[in-house]
Ligand binder design. Sequence first.
Ligand SMILES: NC(=O)c1ccc[n+]([C@@H]2O[C@H](COP(=O)([O-])OP(=O)(O)OC[C@H]3O[C@@H](n4cnc5c(N)ncnc54)[C@H](O)[C@@H]3O)[C@@H](O)[C@H]2O)c1
Length: 284
Amino acid sequence: MSNGRVLVTGAAGRLGSAVLAELARRSRAVTALDRRGPAEPAGARVVIGEVADVAAVREALEGVEGVIHLAAIPSPLLASAEEVFCHNSAATFTVLEQAAVAGVRRCVLASSYSATGLPYSPRRLHPAYVPIDESLPLQVEDPYALSKQVDELTAAMMWYRHGLSSVALRLPFLGHLEDEIARRAEAAAADPGPLGTELWMYLDVDDAARACLDALDRAPEGAHVAGVAAPETLASEATLELLERYHPGVRVRAPLPGRAAPIDLSRARALFDFRAERIWRPVP
Ligand SMILES: NC(=O)c1ccc[n+]([C@@H]2O[C@H](COP(=O)([O-])OP(=O)(O)OC[C@H]3O[C@@H](n4cnc5c(N)ncnc54)[C@H](O)[C@@H]3O)[C@@H](O)[C@H]2O)c1
């Protein structure tokens, strides 16, 4: 993509704030859309409004060349099942449809590792195989996971319907390395069990922000889904030992040395040269 204006939805959120900061570092023109004001707009044009409101989205899209769509209810635990699913799905449909109608040709959207179904399932689920990749069979049992699965389908439809290219990033747990990730790592060192549903993966929020921009600028045309994560887990123990304990019998299809994250990152690498830079190291 050229250096055109980028619309960021959910710009006041955890990832949105990091994306605004990264866009400022790259001297890009920005429009921020959120239902609340972003903390550090840093020269951004700010539109306060709802992402399912066509008029607000149209207003935010003025002069925009690329869209990074992040606005969502980011967990099934934050609202009713109906609200989580309907809100997230309507938001993505509206933003992508209006973007395409306004002539936008590229977008990135926040999908989630949760689309696998593992993190929020009431039962302990196991992945069909590791390292996981974008072809992993999904075992969706909760409204948030379904909303992310539908987001990916919506993006694929928009490619066929309008020629709107997209990358849906399957993001794992996001946090700041020294803060939420360090605390999770501490919890995992005491008891790795609860984070088994997330396969002990994470991504620093600044790496996630870079991934959003790189995917927007570099990915080839088409509708893509790409898993991203730090290349190592935040657990202290070897990944194969953890898998044996918490996902016994899982099919291991490729080597997982040491604390390797059980995810195949080759698609994100091929699409936009994804590489996480902020890596958690266990205290020796
Ligand atoms: N945080 C994580 O660990 C994580 C992991 C995987 C995927 N994701 C996804 O990444 C995206 C960003 O997550 P986050 O952690 O920054 O969430 P967040 O809750 O910090 O930010 C979301 C932002 O979207 C805004 N928003 C929500 N609904 C809106 C609406 N209808 N209209 C306007 N604004 C609205 C909120 O005001 C908020 O500022 C979400 O799509 C989330 O599902 C997050």
